[in-house]
Design a protein around this ligand. Structure first.
Ligand code: IPE
Ligand code: IPE
Ligand code: MG
Ligand code: MG
Ligand code: MG
Length: 300
């Protein structure tokens, strides 16, 4: 009997998650929003989720010697962008999903117009969080770079969603290339940016930032290969969102293009290259190693 793989109950991850959850709640509380919009944002943002991107931001900051507070606004901001992407990804015009994080999706809960607008405002709240961070006020260059990383990754995520949903690939690119382009953009870019933003917040050297980038790119792609596999191997009840939908929806997925076995091998290779990328970072990067391992074996 195989033991269920759960999220690692390791202290530093729990600490990072609590830090992020506090930051998100404060951000939503402080925002100047009508009550119904605030409730919609709170529903989508505060109702569960693994918080992997903001945890990566905090751990990347600490891996290069920074304090978690230095990366807090970036962590909050990237989770807001991620929640925006999920809210819009689930809309009827997109993946048309009713279940997210084990609950009805926001458009089911509060209506489509509210889900669109709540997603929209998560974007502006994200950038206001970074721009208004008093801890970054004396570090204008870091603040600029963190915003720029997040903006570029958000643009890439949206481009990836277009590839995923509407096509628009370069002419005659074969399926494997289209798949890579889609996954690197729709999912990989934000995960890579999560690591880079943490690195910048923590004052990383260029070599450290390069290591975090390579780690982030590997786990970023790995993450979506795992997500594609979960769609074909897990139940909706277990993962809290619909499964078994990608193929019928005509999605280009790793198991569809490369097969299930090769997808598992790709996950192993990407996990190894993520660990390789961190080889110069020493024990301060152990939490990143642990979360990278978790992301390879997660079942939800
Ligand atoms: C789901 O991301 C969307 C993808 C990019 C595949 P997560 O699996 O990180 O979702 P939450 O935040 O834990 O709900
Ligand atoms: C979503 O990919 C990527 C995003 C940018 C949200 P999926 O459509 O596969 O994500 P899930 O499976 O709905 O979480
Ligand atoms: Mg989608
Ligand atoms: Mg989806
Ligand atoms: Mg999916």
């Amino acid at each position: 009997v195989s033991q269920a793989v759960t999220e690692p109950r390791i202290d530093f991850i729990e600490r990072a998650r609590a830090h992020v959850d506090r930051g998100l709640a404060e951000c939503i509380e402080a925002a100047d929003l009508p009550d119904n919009l605030r409730q919609a944002v709170a529903y989508a943002v505060l109702g569960g989720g693994k918080r992997l991107r903001p945890i990566l931001t905090l751990l990347s900051c600490e891996a290069v010697g920074g304090r978690p507070e230095d990366a807090r606004s970036g962590a909050v901001a990237i989770e807001l962008i991620h929640c925006f992407s999920l809210t819009h990804d689930d809309l009827p015009a997109m993946d048309d999903d009713d279940l997210r994080r084990g609950r009805p999706t926001l458009h089911v809960h509060a209506g489509e117009a509210m889900a669109i607008l709540a997603g929209d405002v998560m974007v502006s709240l994200a950038f206001a969080e970074i721009a208004g961070d008093p801890r970054l006020a004396r570090r204008a260059e870091a603040q600029r770079r963190i915003s720029h990383e997040l903006a570029a990754a958000t643009t890439a995520m949206i481009a990836g969603q277009v590839y995923d949903t509407l096509g628009g690939f370069p002419d005659s690119s074969p399926p494997a290339e289209r798949l890579m382009l889609t996954h690197r953009n729709k999912t990989g870019a934000l995960l890579r940016a999560a690591c880079r933003m943490g690195g910048v917040a923590g004052g990383a050297s260029e070599a450290q930032l390069e290591a975090l980038s390579r780690y982030g790119a590997a786990i970023g792609l790995m993450f979506q290969v795992v997500d594609d596999l979960l769609d074909v191997t897990q139940s909706a009840e277990h993962i809290g969102k619909a499964t078994g939908k990608d193929e019928g929806a005509g999605k280009l997925t790793w198991p569809l293009v490369h097969g299930v076995q090769e997808s598992r091998e790709e996950i192993t290779r990407l996990r190894e290259s993520a660990m390789q990328a961190l080889s110069g970072l020493g024990p301060a990067a152990d939490p990143l190693r642990a979360i990278g391992d978790f992301m390879a074996v997660r079942t939800r």
